[in-house]
Design a binder for this molecule. Structure first.
Ligand SMILES: Cc1ncc(COP(=O)(O)O)c(C=O)c1O
Length: 356
């Protein structure tokens, strides 16, 4: 029998790979998903205990999103009318693309870029132009400027996952200013970088800056994403596009409490940055890897033909990092998340022993 439109549609969607979640292992040092273990476990314990006393889950979280938005706005020093939230920044990407992009809107992004974003473009059938990273694992501004005119949406993760690269602020500003269309700058890792561009949303009406509490605040499990944009965009998104209750009560209350303690995270971020440098230096000293600088909470390094073997051998020792294969012109690329001092030392010792 001839397939109807629905069956055809489902068949086409099923052909897509979808976003591949990381493999799940128990009792391992987990350095594959850019989570943040540098936050003390007792901090989370206190957070959960205090959250429990502040909520009644029989009720819809009426007004809760607005209170969380006010705390986020304080944190990023922007008016609350310029801040919206989502169930992780993943959901914000999903809603922005699903509602604003189409087969007619060309997206300009980098190669590689954030995997989930790429998968969403495939799902919504949005055509994409990708500008590859060059030999030094950085992007050239001129390449983007040259392709800007033919594109409707610019998406960049800044810093980029998986390379850790970030344009200089002036370069990014120039690119956004010259872009005639929607610009989405994903700042998931920005607290580990040198600058943010949230302030630029005051001047640029076509700019959406995505942020999250998953990385620097270590709250990936709570799924608290947010964005900063001009008031009109935030109003349309929050009042019309977004669900009435995008975040659950636990996430809202815990998020508000965590933001009250944002000073604590300054120390956590400093530690991560120090440890990032240590990993870069120690991997470099091993003299067999090409190690790339990073502005995020992870480090990318190329192990050539040994990449797969190293990845597997580390798993056997209870250490999981991300195996990326070829990135740019480099084979055997591996990405390691910066963890606690102890986790990082275990990783560095294990990899050094593997080489001996
Ligand atoms: C660039 C980038 N954006 C967004 C996310 C997802 O963030 P969230 O946990 O807020 O959905 C990630 C997670 O790995 C990421 O790498």
């Amino acid at each position: 029998m001839k397939k109807n439109w629905f069956e055809k549609k489902i068949e086409n969607i099923s052909k897509l790979g979808g976003y591949k979640k990381p493999d799940r292992y128990s009792n391992v040092i987990k350095l594959d998903s850019n989570e943040n273990y540098a936050v003390d476990p007792s901090f989370f314990q206190d957070l959960v205990n205090q959250t429990r006393d502040r909520m009644d889950v029989r009720e819809y979280p009426l007004g809760g999103t607005e209170r969380l938005v006010a705390s986020l706005a304080d944190y990023v020093k922007m008016p609350k009318e310029m801040v919206g939230v989502g169930n992780g920044s993943d959901q914000i990407i999903d809603l922005v693309l699903g509602n604003l992009a189409s087969k007619e809107t060309w997206i300009l992004t980098s190669e590689p870029t954030f995997g989930f974003f790429e998968e969403r473009c495939k799902l919504f059938d949005i055509p994409t132009t990708k500008i590859p990273f060059n030999g030094e694992m950085s992007l050239r501004l001129e390449d983007f400027l040259a392709s800007s005119r033919k594109s409707d949406i610019l998406y960049l993760d800044s810093p980029n996952n998986p390379t850790g690269f970030q344009f200089q602020r002036k370069q990014l500003e120039k690119l956004i200013q010259s872009f005639n269309g929607l610009v989405i700058i994903d700042e998931a890792y920005v607290e580990f970088a040198d600058y943010t561009i949230t302030d630029m949303t005051k001047k640029m009406g076509n700019l959406i800056v995505l942020r999250t509490l998953s990385k620097s605040f270590g709250l990936a499990g709570l799924r608290i994403g947010y964005f900063v944009a001009n008031k009109k965009t935030v109003d349309a998104f929050s009042r019309v596009i977004q669900y009435p209750y995008p975040l659950n009560t636990v996430a809202i209350e815990a998020g508000i409490l965590a933001l009250k303690k944002s000073k604590y995270f300054t120390d956590v971020i400093d530690l991560v940055k120090r440890e990032r440098l240590r990993i870069i230096e120690k991997l470099g000293e091993m003299r067999v890897f090409k190690v790339f600088d990073s502005k995020a909470n992870f480090v990318l390094f190329a192990a050539g033909g040994a990449g797969k073997r190293i990845h597997k051998a580390l798993i056997e020792q209870g250490i999981v990092i991300k195996n990326l294969g070829k990135v740019g012109k480099y084979d055997g690329c591996l990405r390691v998340t910066v963890g606690t001092q102890e986790m990082n030392s275990r990783f560095l010792t294990a990899i050094r022993d593997l080489l001996n």
